[in-house]
Design a protein around this ligand. Structure first.
Ligand code: PLP
Length: 399
């Protein structure tokens, strides 16, 4: 908690120098090591006989380092997470009417990947405490047409992968056997699950190295992790015109300059996450006595990477009042929060039209209650305290 006197003092001392966005535009930190790695890779490429190459070193080195970090046999570097999610759905060879269960509280990428591969999106409710796809709700939605469960490791926390894998075994598809479990880890690089890292459980997982993410390869990039040699071969082929398997493909390659920087970022990833976790712990202590807020929940066996620090307002503060908190935080204190995310069908018509008649009341209420308060590995304790003080002040004003 913060006493009223301390809060006044903090807020009087002025706004932080950094304008903290709810989802800062650079999610990691960049320094001389990243710059040196990029320059060295560029110098190496200025040799006419080498150029930027095809899957040239250090791309395989980055893949191996990432696979080792996550604990999988394979990792395939790609240009962005979105194409990795597309690859996952294409690998399943979905037939018209084949269903894939995805959380309603989601970014657009995973459901669009189902659509793009010709499947049918079935929305699932999320757990009210974790905001992760809820296994007990998923079980109710499984039909003979279900092919896959497609959880998102939402906002940096692992989805309950073991529960989904157990469900997948218990409800096999008549033709294809156990359901595929595919994880969207775009926001969860470096998080932990059951003594390992996120990315190890399931058929495959996809990570993003977009500029906002826990680590970035010059603003774009991604990785697919898997223990399955067929998935590895499929993704490698698909990322370069399907060449080695003579299948459909396009170009989704990562450049060697990105991979060189990725190796440097990967070495620092655990320290980025440790800093995010420390700020989150201090913040949760400071906000612990505000009854209008429910703070992020970390289930046992999970290590939240706190890509986003997601709060829920009390149900009677949902919607307009939640929006007013966000506006006040921005206008009065220069702190921007973000809503990540409402149920996707409420903000993307293409997905609403694709899923007529589906509505998820629990997720819709959660979508009106949630907001993410800025967090970043380079945030100082003072800025963290200022953000908490401003949030408490807004809530007290609105009470
Ligand atoms: C949950 C989720 N999935 C997928 C993506 C897509 O990642 P990328 O921008 O690397 O394609 C994002 C990016 O914001 C995301 O947040």
């Amino acid at each position: 908690m913060i006493t009223a006197e301390r809060r006044r003092k903090i807020l009087h001392s002025g706004k932080p120098k950094t304008l903290w966005e709810g989802e800062p535009f650079l999610g990691s930190t960049y320094g001389e090591d990243e710059i040196a790695a990029a320059v060295a890779a560029m110098r190496d490429s200025s040799d006419v006989s080498k150029g930027f190459g095809f899957s040239a070193p250090p791309i395989p080195d980055f893949e191996q380092a990432f696979a080792k970090y996550v604990g999988t046999k394979y990792a395939v570097a790609i240009n962005s997470a979105g194409p990795g999610l597309d690859m996952a759905m294409r690998y399943l060879n979905l037939q018209p009417g084949d269903e894939v269960i995805v959380p309603a509280i989601n970014f657009v990428a995973a459901p669009l990947a189902v659509l793009g591969a010709g499947g049918q999106v079935v929305w699932g409710e999320v757990d009210s405490r974790t905001l992760e796809l809820d296994p007990s709700d998923v079980e109710k939605r499984i039909t003979p047409r279900t092919r896959a469960v497609f959880p998102v490791h939402m906002n940096g926390l692992s989805a309950p992968m073991d529960e989904f894998l157990e469900l997948a075994q218990r409800h096999p598809h008549g033709k294809y056997g156990p359901l595929a479990v595919v994880g969207d880890g775009a926001r969860a690089c470096g998080g932990g699950y059951r003594d390992g890292k996120i990315g190890k459980k399931g058929l495959l997982n996809v990570f993003s190295f977009h500029t906002m993410k826990n680590m970035t390869t010059l603003g774009e990039g991604g990785m697919v992790t898997t223990d399955n040699p067929d998935v590895d071969a499929f993704c490698r082929a698909t990322r370069f015109y399907g060449a080695s398997l003579d299948i459909w493909g396009t170009s989704n390659v990562m450049t060697k300059v990105q991979a060189a920087v990725g190796l440097v970022q990967l070495k620092q990833l655990d320290s980025f996450i440790a800093r995010r976790r420390r700020l989150a712990r201090l913040r949760s202590e400071l906000l612990s006595d505000i009854p209008e807020l429910t703070l992020p929940f970390e289930p046992e066996g999970c290590e939240h990477s706190y890509y986003l620090y997601t709060c829920l307002t009390a149900p009677n503060w949902a919607g307009e009042k939640r929006d007013t908190i966000m506006t006040m935080m921005d206008e009065a204190y220069g702190v921007r929060c973000v809503i990540a995310n409402k149920p996707v069908y409420t903000y993307r018509k293409i997905l609403r039209d694709h899923t007529p008649g589906q509505s998820l009341p629990r997720s819709e209420l959660l979508g009106d209650r949630l907001f993410c308060v800025p967090i970043h590995p380079a945030m100082s304790d003072e800025d963290n305290e200022y953000i908490c003080a401003s949030l408490i002040e807004c809530i007290e004003t609105l009470r």
